[in-house]
Design a protein around this ligand. Structure first.
Ligand code: PGA
Length: 246
């Protein structure tokens, strides 16, 4: 897996936005898989700016989100529906018919997972999958131990993830369960951009790049991907051994 290290968060975000924009210019009907969290906010901000000032169009693209909390309605302020609407989909010219986020309020989560995976299949291949990485190495909500052959499914969130994400909720923990796109679903993407910023991700980044490929460090799966690139700021790269980050 190639790693690109940028001086700071802003530079990293701009670089990722250019990759996504370049793909859309080359193929306007690209299929994108997108993350939530703090890390991608700079990328979304930059893409929105490109839409407004340079006319970058998203009208023919298809969007899939990686995950959603189970039990949250799409209008819950901590839902990823609201996050995406506020930070991205609501600010660009996305076609709502081609925007997919798992339904966390579904009465039948298993059926929703099947429906979501089928929608991804029907869209064709994911052209670009953008990912953040958890401090424990998770991608999407695939926590340590997630099988590399998993598909979209209901998962239990780890205690550490629930605590880190608690600030979005009026509680000391985020919800217990979520729907996430699976590891194999992510791996099937034609290209993967894995983003990490800040020293609190440095350990996970180093383990991803330098330790064994293992289900205990989900992001390490991407080392076997033919077209996965790690986008880092210097802080996130700070635990990498010499020569690896180049
Ligand atoms: P963050 O989340 O961007 O908010 O750090 C990343 C993740 O947990 O996947």
């Amino acid at each position: 897996m190639k790693a690109r290290v940028y001086p700071d968060y802003e530079a990293m975000s701009v670089a990722v936005a250019y990759v996504v924009a370049g793909k859309l210019e080359e193929e306007p009907s690209s299929v994108l898989m997108l993350p939530t969290g703090i890390t991608p906010l700079g990328v979304y901000g930059r893409l929105v700016e490109m839409h407004r000032s340079e006319g970058l169009s998203f009208a023919n693209a298809t969007f899939f989100n990686l995950d959603e909390y189970l039990g949250l309605t799409p209008d819950h302020r901590a839902s990823y529906h609201v996050y995406m609407q506020e930070h991205f989909y609501g600010l660009i010219n996305a076609d709502p018919a081609r925007v997919f986020v798992p339904d966390g309020a579904t009465p039948d989560p298993e059926a929703e997972c099947e429906r979501y995976e089928a929608a991804i299949r029907e869209a064709g291949e994911i052209d670009v999958c953008v990912l953040g990485i958890g401090r424990n190495g998770h991608i999407g909500f695939n926590e340590p131990g997630a099988p590399f052959d998993s598909r979209t499914r209901v998962v239990e969130l780890s205690e550490s993830t629930r605590k880190i994400n608690a600030s979005d909720f009026e509680a000391d923990r985020a919800p217990e369960r979520a729907i996430t796109v699976g590891m194999a679903t992510i791996f099937d993407s034609k290209s993967v951009l894995l983003l990490a910023s800040g020293t609190n991700k440095a350990g996970a980044v180093a383990a991803t790049v330098e330790d064994d490929v293992s289900e205990s460090m989900p992001a390490s799966m991407l080392r076997n991907h033919p077209n996965a690139v790690l986008f880092l700021d210097e802080a996130a790269a700070s635990d990498l051994g010499h020569g690896v980050a180049g």
